[in-house]
Design a protein around this ligand. Structure first.
Ligand code: 5RP
Length: 230
């Protein structure tokens, strides 16, 4: 008999998107992140839409997908607390700290994560790292601060470049720009996040250490591996 082929990255994402349903609390609002892995979760969530009052979304893209599937989207400003927040990551370390923002939604993601009791990260196994920083770190900035922030990262040994879309600076859902920073090794994510968030013109740095994951569902060739950090 031929040996079964290894699951594709897309299949690993679908696997964890489906597995995340066990963390959705019937009768309670769910926070929804952004990205290709979260898209799989949203698709799976459609089967539970009659069991939840709705979702708080972290981006226009996720809002559109939720609404298209008939899942009510609630305004975060009228919701006091969210039971669980489900989102992907670009990197996650062994303490649940993450780099996020590959999809440019980091600011709203951090807001919804902060409103939530529990962050459940869903990712394929390529995202698990020992030290954050190999993935270019997304930083949402006010455009007039760009050069100054680029110089501040250079002083830390990082090379920051403005993210482009169709040849022009990418504009986030909040009307701001994104720098992607390479060359960093983030050994102390809590201190790094606190520090960079103080720089004038930085809206949000894509290190999620204060809002780290409590659980990570990792898609692997042998199934879903659950990492708990609580
Ligand atoms: C969007 C994010 C995403 O969660 C992150 O980029 C992972 O995306 P994907 O699931 O497509 O790999 O932070 O801002």
């Amino acid at each position: 008999m031929p040996s079964p082929s290894a699951p594709t990255q897309d299949e690993l994402k679908a696997m964890v998107g489906q597995a995340a349903l066990q963390y959705v609390v019937p009768g309670q609002i769910v926070g929804v992140g952004t990205g290709s892995t979260v898209n799989k979760f949203i698709d799976a969530l459609a089967a539970m839409k009659d069991q939840i009052p709705g979702a708080v979304s972290s981006s226009e893209a996720s809002t559109a997908r939720l609404k298209a599937l008939g899942i009510p989207v609630l305004d975060s400003s009228v919701v006091e607390e969210i039971a669980v927040y489900i989102d992907g990551a670009d990197e996650i370390d062994h303490r649940g700290c993450m780099v996020k923002g590959g999809g440019a939604a980091l600011t709203r993601e951090k807001i919804v994560a902060a409103q939530s009791r529990r962050f459940v990260c869903i990712a394929d196994e390529s995202k698990l790292v020992d030290v954050l920083g190999a993935f270019p770190l997304p930083v949402e900035i006010i455009p007039m601060a760009a050069q100054r922030v680029v110089r501040q990262f250079a002083a830390l040994g990082g090379q920051a470049t403005l993210r482009l879309k169709d040849g022009a600076p990418l504009v986030t859902d909040n009307g701001q720009h994104i720098l992607d920073v390479t060359g960093l090794r983030i050994g102390d994510p809590v201190a790094f996040e606190s520090d960079v968030n103080q720089w004038p013109g930085v809206v949000t740095v894509g290190v999620f250490a204060h809002q780290r994951a409590a659980v990570c569902l990792l898609g692997t060739a042998s199934g879903v591996r659950t990492l708990t950090f609580e």
